[in-house]
Design a protein around this ligand. Structure first.
Ligand SMILES: [Zn+2]
Length: 463
């Protein structure tokens, strides 16, 4: 019978081998810089700066020193005496902040069926590969709202492997028979001696019922280093046994999670699709709603009035994922049909709208990440979508408060901000759909002052 010691050892082994695989994964990629390359100083010249907020870009220069933007200017920048930055001629391209995805699951690299019997080393290798691919799509930061990614984050931050910054929730809290309870009919319940579910063993979710268990599970995630807590507050599409309109967790249980998060200086976000679950979560002090596709107009108005973030996703509902049941397919179609109304309401009430994708069950699914840009063009202008994916999402990330793993400015091109920067081929502020093809669209990718892709020539040290 699986127990926590065994589970812990599995995860330990998984990440230790992950470190060894790092060099293999990195050397296999064509456009990933040496792992240990220290950030230096770079001067971007001949670029049009889109700073993450403004309506249009302006011609200028950007000076990077270490992992920060040191200065930017409409005119030329004269570096301090003794500083010899590498000059990069942007050829008039648009320079933007790195993209942020507000809703990912970086450890969901296999279907549930495949995960049942997967070698942990194989899983780790795919997670590392997936992280690198996300960075090469221009996503320099990702908010992981369920999954065992603390080790992956640590390895990326330490420079052993290549990937985005990660804001991790750790395992999402779910009630029994909630969205995170993936038992089968034949599995006995926990109170009758049942063991951990697959999602619990792999660190995706943790089942907690009643206030004492919710407190303990919430503290577990905070203890592991969570940047925020994720709680399953309604039925969901990818689960088998909970219809979308179900309310999950009592107000007391939700408040317990909010109290733990507040004690640690951060916030709770909830998986919530329907109006009643969303209102209950907001009244309990939750500050962000994931999904929200089925909320009605009064609830959307409440989200706006309270300044709650709506971290939603479109691309995941474009094509049904492989291997789902008829129940799941019906729920998938129900949510997809509601997406248009939700986006129109969110727009009408000027809701703070996160840019997320929620692609799970494999790297092929995650490869559709950049399509979110194209799909949002149905409701929003290019600059609105770009704001969602940069400065808007950064505002959501900053809600992690004292648990913010990267407390500098993100999602903007401003003095002192982290040097997460993209140079784009073409005119994304006119045609957002070109970002759907990052291989072609992205000329340069910098994260934390390090360059991971560069199609441009460097003119040597600038003087
Ligand atoms: Zn999700």
């Amino acid at each position: 019978m699986p127990n926590y010691a065994e589970y812990f050892m599995r995860r330990m082994r998984l990440f230790m081998v992950g470190f060894l695989l790092a060099s293999v994964a990195a050397s296999a990629a064509t456009e990933v810089a040496p792992l240990a390359a220290a950030p230096g100083a770079y001067l971007f010249r001949n670029v049009r700066i889109w700073d993450g907020r403004s309506d249009a870009p302006y011609a200028g220069e950007v000076l990077i020193v270490g992992n920060r933007i040191q200065s930017l200017s409409h005119a030329g920048i004269a570096p301090a005496p003794g500083l010899h930055p590498v000059a990069i001629d942007g050829g008039g391209r648009v320079l933007t902040p790195g993209f942020i995805d507000a809703h990912v699951h970086m450890s969901s690299v296999l279907t549930r069926q495949e995960a049942q019997e997967a070698d942990p080393v194989y899983v780790a290798a795919l997670e590392i590969r997936g992280a690198e691919q996300a960075l090469l799509r221009g996503f320099t930061t990702q908010r992981d709202v369920a999954g065992a990614v603390f080790g992956l984050k640590r390895a990326i931050d330490a420079g052993y492997v290549v990937g985005p910054r990660i804001y991790a929730a750790g395992a999402a809290l779910s009630q029994t028979a909630g969205h995170g309870d993936d038992r089968h009919y034949i599995d006995p319940p926990r109170r009758l001696g049942g063991g951990l579910t697959l999602e619990e063993r792999t660190g995706m979710t943790t089942i907690a019922d009643g206030v004492p268990e919710v407190l303990a599970a919430a503290r577990d995630q905070m203890g592991h280093g969570a940047a925020m807590l994720k709680v399953m507050a309604s039925g969901g599409a990818a689960s088998e046994f909970d219809p979308i309109e179900v309310l999950e967790y009592t107000p007391e249980e939700l408040r317990a999670a909010v109290e733990v998060a507040a004690s640690f200086g951060t916030y709770v976000t909830v998986h919530s699709y329907n109006s009643a679950s969303t209102r209950r979560a907001i009244e309990a002090g939750v500050r962000c709603i994931e999904h929200g596709h089925l909320v009605d107009e009064p609830t959307m108005r409440l989200i706006a009035e309270r300044g709650i973030f709506l971290s939603t996703n479109v691309v995941v509902y474009e094509v049904p994922p492989p291997g789902i049941s008829e129940t799941q397919r019906a729920k998938f179609l129900q949510v997809r049909a509601a997406t248009d109304a939700m986006m129109n309401l969110a727009k009408k009430y000027h809701v703070k709208l996160g840019f997320g994708t929620d692609l799970v069950f494999g790297l092929e699914q995650m490869a559709r990440q950049s399509r979110e840009f194209t799909l949002r063009a149905r409701w929003f202008s290019p600059v609105e979508i770009l704001r969602q994916a940069t400065s808007g999402n950064a505002e959501l990330l900053a809600m992690s408060g004292r648990r913010n793993p990267y407390p500098g400015k993100l999602g903007v091109i401003e003095e002192g901000a982290y040097a997460d920067i993209l140079l784009i081929n073409g005119e994304p502020l006119q045609d957002i759909t070109l970002l759907e093809h990052p291989d072609v669209a992205l000329a340069l990718i910098m994260k934390d002052g390090r360059i991971y892709k560069n199609q441009l020539s460097s003119a040597g040290a600038a003087h």
